[in-house]
Design a protein around this ligand. Sequence first.
Ligand SMILES: NC(=O)c1ccc[n+]([C@@H]2O[C@H](COP(=O)([O-])OP(=O)(O)OC[C@H]3O[C@@H](n4cnc5c(N)ncnc54)[C@H](O)[C@@H]3O)[C@@H](O)[C@H]2O)c1
Length: 370
Amino acid sequence: MKILNVHTLSKKYPIFIGNNILSKFHSLQGKFLKKTKKVLVVTSKNIPSKYTLELKRKITNAKVFSISLPDGERIKSDKYLFQITNILSKNNFSREDCLIALGGGVIGDLSGFAASIYKRGINFVQIPTTLLSQVDSSVGGKTGINNQFGKNLIGTFYQPSFVLIDSQTLKTLPYREMVAGFAEILKYALILDKKFFKWLEKNGEVILKRKNFKIIEQAIYQSCRHKAFVVKKDEKEKNIRAILNFGHTFAHALETVTNYSKTIIHGEAVLIGMVVASRLSNQLGYLPSVELKKIINLYNQLNLKFSYSKIVKNKNLKKVFTIMNNDKKSDGKNIKIILLKKIGSFIIKETTLKKSFIPLIEKDLKNGIY
Ligand SMILES: NC(=O)c1ccc[n+]([C@@H]2O[C@H](COP(=O)([O-])OP(=O)(O)OC[C@H]3O[C@@H](n4cnc5c(N)ncnc54)[C@H](O)[C@@H]3O)[C@@H](O)[C@H]2O)c1
């Protein structure tokens, strides 16, 4: 089992990464949740019940409650938030008690938010079961729900007591979700770590096809290490944490015009967004063409899609640009974009959409290549 410590101003906590380590829960409970008398496990219908059963078996000296919510982004809502906090209230959970998120990023974000506001904060443990949540959303403490006006608009920064990443849970994950998680792994390599990029050139297929779980754990460890490094510097996204949004401005536009449906899932949109951002980096004179070619080659080698012509068309182009202009990195006029200087090295540029994305995307639509 590998251990990685996350240091933030508000809390220091460990991430445990390993194979079959759900079974270690009771020893971690003994160490980190000494005073916990009640535990609520929040999970969702698509998470195989064997994980919930295994976890429940390993919780000792505490009364265990559990709730299995419907699947999908729509449960990141006030309705399900209050469903969770009502269970906590009804059963008189104290601050020493604990809420465990067992599932993907949706369950993690919703449960983390509930844990942060119930009695102004109770113990919280993340047990992420998708690749995306293992390499990204379970680390760093962002929690939240959506409302009618947009995604993640209501939330908190709330760090867990610990994160337990059991690579075995990936065995049951649909391939599409593996690809989505891989997008975030690749993101860390592109913005921060050329050596890691080279390693992914060699091991990408092994990871995606789940051929070797030791390699997968290494990829998770490296990703969490990079995220922990950034979060330590800037827990509340005042500056440097924004680099984790590389590729996300265009990605969010793709997700929004498709109404966050299964047409395109977050990681797939990020894959497309990262190629657009890399091409933009090249056109603006930063990323050398040979490096851009290496990125495209990796996509081709791993059969990762970067074409967006099925989603962005002339008829919704204006809408796409409006969404990008409303991005959190934009003040409505100028936008901060994350570009690559080379593979493994980023640059943050303040510019306008007109001087950056618009010409590139308009040209793409005209040429019909992407
Ligand atoms: N807090 C953050 O910093 C942060 C960062 C990135 C993304 N997010 C959020 O994460 C969410 C996306 O998370 P996600 O990609 O994990 O999606 P998800 O939570 O919707 O999970 C994807 C699908 O996989 C299923 N699943 C989960 N684990 C499984 C397993 N082991 N076996 C079989 N099926 C399994 C789920 O039921 C779901 O159908 C979004 O809401 C996004 O906003 C948050």
